[in-house]
Write a protein of this length. Structure first.
Length: 309
């Protein structure tokens, strides 16, 4: 199985357009110590010809430009895309707005929970995905589904979606519904991606790591995991925001309760952070936080990163 990281940053990208935090400034200075990153998404393929995209970032157009295998090649018909399907893990802007780039009258399959498909269904801008061409396929928690190409042939890749701790998308929060803003299980899912011989996990948003998740991830070959913040209150401390990671539905990398420490309890061959916020110091190649992450076996993903399983 081939994997390409299309975008490694969290919502807003790195640097985020309105952020003047030193991290963001460093990325704007075009130094090799702070590589800019687009918003989180990966592409998967068994043959490098037909691709499936996990989440559709608002930066998708640039991501295609940076990854030519995802654009039509000279042998292809006059209208063609190697993108056979898109799978959504939540309804966040950074994971859905890119669907609008995939207009129009181009076949592909759109897989998401009923909850997320309903959100998209209610928002008429997504009508640009002509239903005559784009099949909306509801997926069910804990039920394996097969990825099919646009001719309905099985791709060889199957996916088991499962709920992880999280919350409803920021733009759908309903304060009248109490502390969890009306979140339901289908709002934040993780994906277990399987070919005949290989398996990996894609978890770009996760609020905490319960024991059952540790058991599930133990002895896996590869895990992409939510790397939004280094420290739960880093945005507040540095005066660039008023929310903690917990409030946003993201576990932090560092600390006793952080993902680095908790996932140290299990065996994962390759562990990679994705969905990294513009304030996270581990984005900087020479930061002490990057060193700590690396020492604990973590890689910090970057755009165009390639993995072959
Ligand atoms: C998140 O991951 O918390 C959201 O993408 C935030 C946002 O919508 O900017
Ligand atoms: Mn996000």
């Amino acid at each position: 199985m081939f994997i390409k990281v299309l975008g490694a940053a969290a919502g807003g990208g790195y640097p985020q357009w309105n952020c003047n935090h030193p991290n963001s400034r460093l990325a704007r200075s075009k130094t090799s110590k702070a590589l800019p990153r687009t918003q989180s998404s990966i592409a998967i393929s068994l043959d490098k010809y037909k691709w499936y995209i996990l989440n559709a970032s608002p930066d998708l157009r640039q991501q295609l430009w940076d990854n030519p295998e995802l654009m039509p090649s000279p042998e292809d018909p006059l209208r063609y895309s190697p993108i056979m399907g898109v799978i959504l893990t939540n309804a966040d802007v950074d994971h859905t707005a890119g669907l609008i780039n995939l207009r129009e009258s181009q076949k592909f399959n759109l897989y998401a929970t009923k909850r997320v498909l309903d959100v998209i269904g209610k928002n008429s801008i997504f009508n640009v995905l002509n239903p005559k061409f784009v099949k909306r396929m509801p997926i069910e928690l804990d039920n394996v589904f097969n990825l099919h190409d646009t001719e309905d042939t099985f791709s060889g890749i199957s996916i088991k979606p499962f709920a992880v701790p999280g919350k409803v998308a920021l733009w759908l929060e309903d304060e009248s519904k109490g502390k969890n803003f009306g979140s339901v299980e289908e709002d934040t899912i993780a994906l277990e991606i399987n070919s005949a011989t290989k398996k990996f996990f894609y978890i770009p948003a996760c609020a905490s790591i319960p024991d059952w998740l540790l058991t599930k991830l133990d002895n896996s070959e590869l895990v992409f995991f939510d790397g939004t913040l280094w420290q739960d209150d880093e945005m507040i401390k540095q005066n660039v925001g008023i929310k903690t990671g917990k409030r946003m539905g993201h576990i932090s990398m560092s600390g006793e309760e952080g993902s680095i420490n908790i996932l140290n309890k299990i065996n994962i061959k390759r562990r990679i952070f994705i969905h990294i916020n513009t304030t996270n110091p581990s984005l900087l190649e020479d930061s002490k936080e990057r060193e700590i992450a690396n020492k604990n076996g973590w890689e910090i993903s970057y755009d165009t990163m390639e993995i072959s399983l």
